[in-house]
Write a protein that binds this ligand. Structure first.
Ligand SMILES: NC(=O)c1ccc[n+]([C@@H]2O[C@H](COP(=O)([O-])OP(=O)(O)OC[C@H]3O[C@@H](n4cnc5c(N)ncnc54)[C@H](O)[C@@H]3O)[C@@H](O)[C@H]2O)c1
Length: 378
């Protein structure tokens, strides 16, 4: 069976789970190399996963490597993806596609002109909860979906001091976490039509409060909006509100509820592959639904494997650049709407990704004849 030789660029926090999954979970991927500007990190990961440590330039020049997984920081996504595409590699990029829509547009055009695949995270929408939610909605369990409420809040003060890139352009709560909620809804409802929002940067100038930091007491700037309230209407007529606040108390709180004519479906946490899926209907007690799909644990990288299968089968991949571009336009549109005090009309379009088949719950004890999770991607 042909495997796609793959290299990871960016050996930071998230690379460990990616490399674990790409190395051993998906037989379509042959993970061969990794690179990072930080050579110590690069060598550590290469040793951990028994792959080659290479510079990005060496990866680009290697004719055997077909696919690059871009796990650099959001600000570096554009340059790394562009260089990889120019070198003739397919690319899968962590979210978002780029920091600005203009950069994202250039990357999409480049991929098209070179007939290369470009895939974009997040891939949690391929997880068991969102896929089961799609199945339930398609089976009519909540009747006709009409509206939704999405909300995510967290204590930005703490997270941004641990992860300073979260204060930067393109990485605030809207882009860093909001994208999971909007990707889940995009995979359920398809493209959006219009957004209208209010947004602000609460306390833009701050001082580092972490006593253990060498930057303790130093002043820093919050560059991105941290309180946002948006209204969204999808082309299928579904409408709803999206609330984000990264300057409140406690760890992350998450709400994603879809309201239909016959019931209400609550999707636990769209930032993970499996969380509780609750159905409320007038004539039944609140019920936690069984998850019908595979990918129930930490599967980051599943969309890389799905894209690799799609390359081999010459069919579209699900975490498409068109969907990634549309989501970036939507989130940017929320900020533009706030600045202009008018609704933002989305221009871009994408094909709603085909749902994964259900029943692939990944139980290897059923033996060789049982369907596996990867079978669902083929
Ligand atoms: N940390 C998480 O839990 C998490 C979860 C999901 C997605 N993500 C996304 O994954 C990406 C990486 O996140 P992270 O938390 O691993 O960040 P990180 O800062 O821990 O790691 C990023 C790595 O990229 C390297 N890098 C930056 N520019 C580079 C370049 N031009 N060439 C080569 N290497 C370069 C950095 O040296 C660093 O080691 C981001 O897009 C983030 O939004 C992170």
């Amino acid at each position: 069976m042909k495997k796609i030789k793959t290299a990871v660029i960016g050996c930071g926090v998230v690379s460990e789970v990616y490399m674990t999954n790409l190395k051993s979970r998906f037989r379509v991927i042959d993970l061969v190399a990794c690179s990072d500007l930080d050579t110590a990190r690069m060598k550590e990961r290469a040793e951990q996963f028994q792959i080659k440590a290479m510079t990005s330039e060496e990866i680009f020049a290697d004719p055997e490597i077909e696919l690059v997984v871009n796990l650099t920081n959001p600000i570096a996504h554009y340059a790394v993806t562009k260089a990889a595409l120019l070198a003739g590699k397919h690319v899968y990029s962590e979210k978002m596609l780029a920091v600005t829509l203009k950069q994202a547009e250039e990357l999409c055009e480049l991929a098209d002109s070179k007939h290369l695949r470009l895939g974009v995270a997040p891939d949690t929408f391929l997880g068991a909860t969102v896929q089961t939610a799609i199945e339930m909605i398609q089976r009519g369990m909540i009747g006709k979906p009409l509206s939704f409420v999405a909300s995510v809040t967290r204590d930005f003060g703490i997270t941004s001091e641990v992860l300073p890139h979260l204060r930067k352009l393109g990485a605030g709560i809207l882009f860093d976490v909001g994208c999971y909620y909007m990707t889940a809804l995009a995979s359920i409802f398809g493209p959006a039509e219009k957004v209208f929002s209010f947004a602000g940067i609460h306390e833009p100038v701050r001082r580092d409060r972490r006593i253990s930091n060498h930057t303790y007491g130093e002043q820093y700037q919050v560059e991105t909006e941290n309180v946002i309230s948006a209204n969204i209407r999808y082309r299928n007529g579904v409408m709803g509100t999206f609330h984000l606040n990264s300057d409140t108390v406690f760890d992350e709180t998450r709400i994603l509820k879809i309201y239909g004519t016959e019931g209400i479906l609550s999707i636990g946490d769209p930032n993970v592959f499996a969380s509780s899926l609750i159905l409320e209907t007038p004539f039944n007690a609140m019920t936690e639904l069984p998850l019908l799909h595979g990918f129930q644990n930490e599967c980051r990288g599943v969309a890389v494997a799905e894209m690799a299968w799609a390359i081999l089968e010459q069919r579209p991949h699900r975490a498409s650049k068109e969907m990634g571009y549309h989501l970036l336009e939507m989130l940017e549109g929320m900020l533009l709407s706030n600045q202009s005090d008018t609704a933002y009309l989305l221009q871009s379009d994408f094909d709603t990704p085909a749902p994964l088949p259900c029943g692939y719950v990944g139980k290897p004890e059923y033996g060789i004849w049982a369907p596996t999770e990867e079978t669902a991607l083929v």
